[in-house]
Design a protein around this ligand. Structure first.
Ligand SMILES: Nc1nc2c(ncn2[C@@H]2O[C@H](COP(=O)(O)OP(=O)(O)O)[C@@H](O)[C@H]2O)c(=O)[nH]1
Ligand SMILES: [Mg+2]
Length: 307
């Protein structure tokens, strides 16, 4: 019996989309990885790490939950920024349930206030997730919850730490309880909607975000050019890191190639861990001044070019 037949014949099945919104750095990707119990979305202390809409898929019994990890919503300037904001709001529009993630330490800042106002304008009722509760004491946390709830935009409040897992099991149960009956959207064992090639590019970009500073992370893109599988289970992957200027290329390469070597070593180890196989990773660094204006780049990531 095919998956589809099984789906339509099992009346107990439920499936739904949960959009995860919030200011940059609130911990959205960390939370999605926690809720699905695997790493599908990259994380860094820098804002705007997540560029596209990445689905993380979890199955609990008869329920399939598709979490949409969305780019942080912020004031857009570049074409890529606009495409990221567009992806976030489109994701919210498609969802059965929207979560707004707020960083407990940062509190109710301007960025969060703008998202709350936009949710209200669009008539979207969201669940409030106050994250990073490991970082603050109970009294200020409860004050923050009270302040946020005065906005009247939320159906529920959850207090969690995506980093430690505190409160995330309750959150997951509450989400699952709200999803509609219906066939599953993805096969049983699928964890994400992005290909291994894209995931591998993301893992290298994560290491670049972690190991490079100032404006450089935002000036680069990573592409997986070649992928070869071997009989012993290992894979050989070739990737290119695109930067916008020659000066940036020199910094990414580093003294005697030390920087790109360090990025490659860390990405290789992380990929081997995620994929559970031996990885040989080869990185090239090239200047492509206008990668942020190329249509192909947007198509690959499911982003709209003209927004
Ligand atoms: N202490 C603490 N740090 C967290 C928590 N959740 C996320 N972080 C950190 O916050 C930063 C931003 O996380 P990320 O998931 O990339 O945020 P996003 O931009 O909203 O997707 C990273 O350095 C995470 O390790 C949490 O619950 N507690
Ligand atoms: Mg993210």
């Amino acid at each position: 019996m095919s998956d589809r037949e099984q789906n339509t014949q099992d009346p107990a099945r439920r499936c739904g989309f949960v959009a995860v919104l919030g200011a940059p750095n609130a911990g959205k990707s960390t939370l999605v990885n926690r809720l699905i119990g695997a790493k599908v979305s990259i994380v860094s202390p820098k804002a705007q790490t997540t560029r596209a809409r990445i689905a993380g898929i979890a199955v609990t019994g008869a329920i399939q939950t598709v979490y949409l990890d969305l780019p942080g919503v912020f004031a857009p300037r570049r074409r890529l920024d606009r495409a990221m904001v567009d992806a976030a709001w489109r994701g919210a529009g498609d969802a059965d349930f929207v979560l707004l993630v707020v960083d407990a330490k940062r509190g109710f800042d301007d960025e969060t206030a703008q998202i709350v106002a936009a949710l209200r304008d669009r008539g979207i009722a969201a669940g409030l997730v106050v994250n990073k509760i490991d970082l603050i004491k109970r009294p200020p946390l409860l004050d923050l919850v009270a302040t946020l709830n005065r906005e009247g935009a939320f159906t529920d409040t959850f207090l969690v730490s995506a980093a430690t897992g505190d409160g995330t099991a309750d959150l997951k149960r509450a989400i699952e309880a709200r999803l509609p009956a219906g066939p599953w959207h993805y096969p049983e064992d699928q964890l994400t909607d992005i290909s291994e090639r894209l995931l591998a590019a993301e893992v290298t970009r994560e290491q670049a975000f972690l190991q490079l500073h100032q404006e450089l992370p935002y000036a680069l893109a990573v592409e997986t050019e070649k992928w070869e599988d071997f009989a012993d289970g290992s894979a050989r992957i070739e990737q290119t890191i695109y930067v916008q200027r020659d000066g940036q290329r020199k910094i990414v390469i580093g003294e005697k190639g030390a920087k790109v070597k360090a990025i490659g070593a860390a990405a290789r180890a992380e990929l081997a861990r995620i994929l559970g196989r031996n990885i040989h990773l080869f990185l090239h660094v090239k200047v492509a001044e206008n990668w942020g204006e190329k249509r192909d780049f947007y198509r690959t990531w499911g982003l709209e070019y003209d927004v």
